[in-house]
Design a protein around this ligand. Structure first.
Ligand code: ADP
Length: 580
């Protein structure tokens, strides 16, 4: 059962309606969404909206789903474009509002003004009892809930946002797994669980917990196989990613190269198992019995309190705190309000606070990671940055390289922040596009970034330099040098670890990027069984945690694609352990 919230209108503030037309008329309007234009064809009759048909939208199918269901229905019901925005999908909501307003203007229809919408309580009892209560419906929460259900337990999944998915919805969702089937197919040898362990420990400057890291790398391949064979996630079978800090190409890529596919498959798997997913339900407090055992959570929906009691265990899978500026500043003042974040708005550290309130230990809280190439306007990760992994070079405003393009995220971010304007450009040509499909895979980004002026395509280097005001001679000299490195296979400037691609031939693309807060490495202290530990290192009975809410895996710097390994591995372990 999925509990859906429905909306009722209490009052229409403005009831003005003009009847400019007497027969049905359909007009189109456009609004700019997060992933390009949203075009709606709106049919009016006697001055009232009869139907809204979405002609074009590349908005995130899960994140923005309620914009095109609940919000659209509210617009029709109240003959207004000024209905409640869907939390977490503001840009998509505004796009639909703008499109409907424009269509109304064209049709000569005056819509009602803003309507005050109240949320009707769904029929959830105040006190609920399950074997396992999972808090947070991201990758870790879904993995935990599905595993507990398959262990024969009754499970509920609580999510505070109107939509499920968490940061998976804004992630490439690549997953590191040593010895995987795609490596075998591509003839990549020399990888091992031990090498993955060494890479992870070294990449995090040995601040990860050795036992927890070992558990992650040992279980990464079984977790990937579980995603493929049990959850039904489809992975690309002809390519792997080579993220900074990994010694070999070992990162599986989901089809479509985004986490949306993962989440859609997780939702179907959870629904197949009849796991209730209660959205808009925010867990606020852990409940303990006299013996100190965690026995449930108190949660709120629209200000009303609910209890979800857990006969077996509570699993915190609430993600990190990248979207909580105050908590970020407190943990590490450098990452305060001057940074935007790549994260979803739900990443506010609630699980860490709830666990701390019952004396759980936290570790590595000051270790915060920025993703080097993000949209300077929104802070979101630039998915076209896929090009960088196939040979795109980074240049500063002066047209010069300044860092190895496949370096660790912390090293690259620091280097970018030291450049003029604290940004840089990635430059690539058609030969790289043919390998990375950065442009063809992300047409929505291409549309938005072209409009906002941070992406430009030119046939020549002169055109690129002219558009971004980069000194053309510098840019040409940089490219000439990279072409030489491509020929010799050795980068004598920054020691590029892969082989460069010759950049003699256009067309070229360049995009501007800035570092943005991406991952909070610190969090709740757990052991290899995903048990939450107190300051004495003792497990708190009944409480488990998995995913970014925990702080033991990545040390100073999370390697790309280790998050997905972490959240699935420990989601499954938490689900198993809580079911025992
Ligand atoms: P992970 O990658 O570890 O799975 P995500 O950040 O992707 O973490 O997902 C965490 C999910 O938990 C998000 O969907 C977020 O909205 C949700 N969440 C955060 N705090 C709460 C809370 N207090 N109650 C319910 N859900 C929460």
């Amino acid at each position: 059962m999925t509990v859906k919230k429905s909306l009722i209108a209490l009052a229409a503030l403005s009831m003005m309606t003009s009847y400019a037309v007497s027969a049905p008329i359909t007009t189109e309007g456009t609004g700019v969404g997060k992933h390009g234009d949203v075009v709606a064809a709106v049919t009016f009759d006697a001055g009232k909206i009869q139907a809204i048909d979405i002609k074009k939208s590349n908005e995130n199918a899960i994140l923005a789903a309620k914009v095109f269901t609940d919000m659209k229905a509210a617009m029709i019901e109240h003959n207004s474009a000024d209905v409640d925005t869907i939390t977490g999908a503001t840009v998509s909501s505004d796009a639909l509002k703008a499109a409907v307003k424009e269509a109304a203007k064209k049709a000569g229809v005056t819509l009602n003004g803003p309507v005050v919408l109240l949320k009707r309580m769904p029929n959830i009892p105040e006190k609920n009892v399950y074997d396992v209560v999972v808090v947070g419906a991201g990758g870790a929460g879904f993995s935990a809930a599905i595993t507990a259900s398959d262990a024969g337990r009754s499970v509920v999944l609580l999510e505070k946002m109107p939509n499920v998915g968490g940061n998976s919805l804004v992630s490439g969702a690549e997953m590191a797994a040593a010895g995987n089937w795609v490596q075998k197919k591509l003839g990549i040898t020399g990888d091992s669980v031990e090498l993955h362990y060494q890479d992870t420990m070294k990449g995090g400057d040995y601040k990860g917990d050795p036992k927890v890291v070992r558990t992650m790398v040992e279980n990464a391949l079984p977790a990937a196989l579980w995603c493929r064979d049990v959850v039904g996630v489809e992975f690309q079978d002809d390519n792997l990613f080579f993220f900074g800090g990994h010694s070999v190409k070992r990162s599986l890529i989901p089809k479509g190269a985004t986490g949306l596919d993962f989440i859609q498959k997780f939702v179907s798997a959870a629904e197949k198992r009849h796991i209730p997913i209660i959205t808009n339900m925010k867990a606020e407090r852990l409940l303990k019995d006299d013996t100190g055992r965690v026995i449930g959570v108190e949660a709120k929906m629209d200000g009303k309190a609910y209890q979800f009691m857990a006969k077996k265990g509570v699993i915190l899978a609430t993600g990190g705190f990248a979207a909580n500026v105050a908590m970020r500043t407190d943990a590490n003042p450098f990452y305060g309000s001057s940074f935007k974040t790549t994260n979803m708005p739900g990443a506010t550290g609630d699980g860490i606070q709830m666990a701390k309130a019952i004396e759980a230990d936290v570790v590595n809280m000051g270790l915060i990671q920025t993703y080097p190439m993000c949209d300077p306007n929104s802070g979101a990760i630039e998915l076209i940055d896929d090009a960088r992994f196939e040979g795109a070079i980074l240049v500063n405003q002066e047209g010069k390289r300044f860092v190895e393009e496949l370096q660790r995220r912390d090293v690259m971010s620091k280097a970018i922040l030291e450049q003029t304007g604290h940004y840089c450009y990635a430059l690539f040509n058609d030969a790289i596009e043919k390998k990375s499909h950065a442009i063809t895979h992300h047409p929505d980004e291409v549309e938005v970034f072209t409009k906002t002026g941070i992406l430009y395509k030119g046939d020549t280097l002169e055109e690129i330099a002219d558009y971004f005001k980069i000194p053309v001679d510098n840019l040409k000299a940089t490219v000439k040098r990279v072409n030489e490195f491509a020929r010799t296979g050795k980068d004598t400037d920054f020691n590029y670890r892969s082989r460069f691609v010759d950049l003699s031939e256009g067309p070229y693309w360049a995009y501007r990027g800035v570092p943005s807060v991406h991952h909070t490495m610190g969090g709740i202290k757990i052991n290899s069984k995903a048990e939450v530990l107190d300051a004495k290192g003792q497990p708190i009975p009944g409480l488990y945690a998995a995913g970014e809410v925990t702080g033991c895996t990545h040390g100073t710097n999370r390697l790309g694609s280790n998050a997905y390994a972490d959240i699935i591995v420990f989601g499954r372990i938490a689900g198993e352990e809580a079911s025992k």
